[in-house]
Design a protein around this ligand. Structure first.
Ligand code: R5P
Length: 281
């Protein structure tokens, strides 16, 4: 088994190679002066089982992933791990005339087996022609929250969509509550007021994705107005668009932590163990 990493997931691929004791193939990625991308796997992977690992946060990431899959055509078996699958939130037509972007991207990815980590909605798998599995990072986030030694923290889902994932983070160890959110545009989020038992208490808001940060910002403002002590924010996928981190710090978020499905300085929880467990099985 060899691990073939795309440019977006080199740290995670290295951690996975350590976990599994598998060789990490050397890959070259380049961009031509006209912007076109170039990928070459330098090591021989012919007749090997390969694990290609590449998150698809940007359009470039998608092209690199497709090039890697093509470059592995002589491998015995191609497993593709897409830790963060972008375009997942456009999984249906919200307005007439829209492209269903998740479907567009899914159709292009062909492998023996595809793995994602907490994909925004598993129904997207219906768009793939390959076999897909979604791995779950909730227990890793739960363990990290435990390691913070907060006193009786409340775990909050900022909206109904993330509530089953966040319930799993809270499991039997922490109190859990769900907020109601309305989104009227990419950066227009409204959180409905809800009275909570948070006065002088610590709270961890957990979401699958932090993108513009608006969802967590609005939830934090509401919690701070109710005198919450420390508010932390956690997510699986730290997309962190533009000034998202600044916005969260300004409203009083004391700490942000995320997994390495997207490689960022705040990605302090590695999903390598759950990917490795899946391959050991
Ligand atoms: C939405 O359904 C997701 O679960 C997240 O709540 C959302 O992607 C967060 O986006 P933002 O940080 O831009 O509010």
């Amino acid at each position: 088994m060899k691990i073939v990493s795309g440019p977006a997931s080199q740290i995670l691929a290295s951690r996975l190679s350590e976990e599994l004791g598998c060789k990490l193939a050397l890959v070259e990625y380049r961009q031509f002066p006209d912007g076109e991308l170039y990928t070459r796997i330098i090591d021989d992977i012919e007749s090997d089982d390969v694990i290609i690992i590449q998150s698809t946060t940007t359009n470039k990431d998608i092209v690199y992933l497709l090039q890697l899959i093509d470059a592995c055509e002589n491998a015995k078996r191609i497993n593709v791990v897409i830790p963060y699958f972008g375009y997942a939130r456009q999984d249906r037509r919200f307005k007439s005339g829209e492209a269903i972007s998740s479907r567009v991207i899914s159709k292009t990815i062909d492998a023996d087996q595809i793995y994602t980590i907490n994909i925004h909605d598993e129904r997207i798998f219906d768009y793939f022609s390959s076999k897909c599995s979604n791995l779950d990072a909730s227990k890793l986030i739960s363990a990290y929250v435990k390691s913070l030694n907060l006193s009786d923290p409340l775990i909050i889902s900022p909206d109904e969509g993330s509530s089953s994932f966040v319930r799993s983070v809270a499991s039997d160890c922490f109190r859990h509550d769900v907020l109601e959110k309305k989104r009227s545009g990419p950066e227009d989020v409204e959180t409905t007021y809800k009275k909570l038992d948070v006065s002088d208490k610590d709270v961890v808001i957990v979401d699958d994705i932090i993108s513009t940060g608006e969802t967590i910002k609005k939830a934090t403002e509401m919690l701070k107005n109710q005198n919450a002590r420390f508010v932390f924010a956690a997510c699986v996928h730290p997309v962190f668009v533009g000034n998202a981190i600044l916005k969260l710090s300004r409203v009083g978020v004391s700490g942000i932590f995320a997994t390495d499905t997207i490689e960022h300085s705040l990605s302090c929880i590695s999903v390598a163990p759950i990917i490795a467990d899946e391959f050991r099985r």
